[in-house]
Design a protein around this ligand. Structure first.
Ligand code: AMP
Length: 214
């Protein structure tokens, strides 16, 4: 089963994808995480995308699709694509790539949340190099600035800084939101009310998947 998680940055896609991956044994493919790993390792790809990501723009479709192509063959059957596709071109590219393995997108879950809520969440987000993410208001670490899991210092992502947040929101509206009607017309589209607490959102995802027999 191939699921696409779609929505504003900060809509909770990543958190829910991690939960579903852990609890239901999905592979979790987040292009954002993947790029951040490449940046941390200092690879050529990391160097290419670093400034693009810090500025809140999108990495080019060619690069994104090359990265997905290099991973897709080795992924197990149940996959969550998180933060990909982000343009109609990427969605078409994904279909072509999946077709090569006789697979398809089975469902698109759209994480619906208001823009002002997203700004609040991104501004309050603190990240850890171990992958754990906190919200300093609704889900703070036990000790301020320190990760509960690994004890490392938390940081604010370059692209979670206020001026970049508004750029990312504009980019989402211009380039990513057309995917809503793209997938709606394909009958793959499911709306998830993502403005609620995480466990409630997770419950709705589970319900949607089972009701639709996905
Ligand atoms: P995310 O962690 O999903 O919010 O992604 C962080 C940043 O990585 C984005 O703002 C983009 O610069 C880049 N990125 C992640 N996924 C994609 C994608 N599918 N297409 C283009 N750029 C992406």
């Amino acid at each position: 089963m191939n699921l696409v998680f779609l929505g504003y940055p900060g809509s909770g896609k990543g958190t829910q994808a991690k939960m579903l991956a852990e609890r239901k044994n999905f592979a979790h493919l987040s292009t954002g995480d993947l790029f951040r790993e490449e940046i941390a390792k200092g690879t050529k790809l990391g160097q290419t995308v670093k400034d693009i990501i810090s500025s809140g723009k999108l990495v080019s479709d060619n690069i994104v699709l090359e990265v997905i192509e290099s991973k897709i063959g080795s992924l197990k059957n149940d996959v969550i694509f998180d933060g990909f596709p982000r343009t109609v071109e990427q969605a078409e590219g994904l279909e072509n790539l999946l077709e090569k393995y006789s697979r398809k997108v089975d469902a698109v879950l759209f994480f619906e949340v208001e823009e002002r809520e997203v700004v609040k969440r991104l501004s309050a987000r603190r990240s850890c190099s171990c992958g754990r993410v906190y919200n300093v208001i609704s889900n703070p670490p036990k000790k301020e600035g320190i990760c509960d899991s690994c004890g490392a210092a938390l940081f604010t992502r370059e692209d979670d800084k206020p001026e970049v947040i508004s750029k990312r929101i504009d980019v989402y509206k211009d380039l990513t939101s057309p995917l809503i009607s793209y997938y709606r017309t394909q009958g793959l589209f499911h709306i998830i009310n993502a403005s609620r607490p995480g466990e409630e959102v997770y419950g709705e995802i589970e319900k949607t998947l089972s009701e639709e027999k996905i």
